[in-house]
Write a protein that binds this ligand. Structure first.
Ligand SMILES: [Zn+2]
Length: 138
């Protein structure tokens, strides 16, 4: 009978993995044999534990996803900070250049250039915004 138990338990394993269907013969054997019934119960416990494990993995993936989006926000913030820094450096360089030109007696030309810039820069803003939006899309 020992060989038969082994055969039944192998079949139970196949059923557990969904490779075979529970046959009437096995069902009857499970009802009468405590050894195989225990084996089947253990497989069932294992199955429940595995599905619990699957749920935990799912939760972990959600946490990882959240962490990833958080790090994306940090990267985005760093990028914005870098942009701001570059803008500040360029602005102060331009101001220094402006001061130097005024100091050198080019005040009138500077005012003319400033007027031209004041007219031209607002015209450039839509292009700059478009470029920014296109960068964000990629
Ligand atoms: Zn048995």
């Amino acid at each position: 009978m020992s060989l038969n138990h082994q055969k039944i338990q192998e079949e139970l394993l196949d059923i557990y993995y969904g490779e075979k269907h529970m046959t009437e013969e096995i069902r009857i054997h499970l009802d009468t044999c405590s050894e195989c019934a225990t084996y089947w119960k253990e497989l069932d416990v294992l199955k429940n534990r595995m599905s619990a494990y699957d749920r935990e993995v799912e939760i972990d993936e959600r946490i990882i996803g959240r962490a990833f989006s958080k790090s994306n926000i940090i990267v985005e913030r760093k990028k914005n900070l870098k942009d701001l820094l570059v803008f500040a450096i360029i602005s102060s360089l331009l101001l220094a250049l402006l001061g130097l030109l005024i100091y050198m007696g080019y005040g009138k030309s500077v005012i003319i250039v400033q007027i031209i810039l004041m007219v031209c820069v607002p015209l450039l803003i839509p292009f700059m915004i478009r470029q920014r939006l296109m960068e964000e899309e990629y």
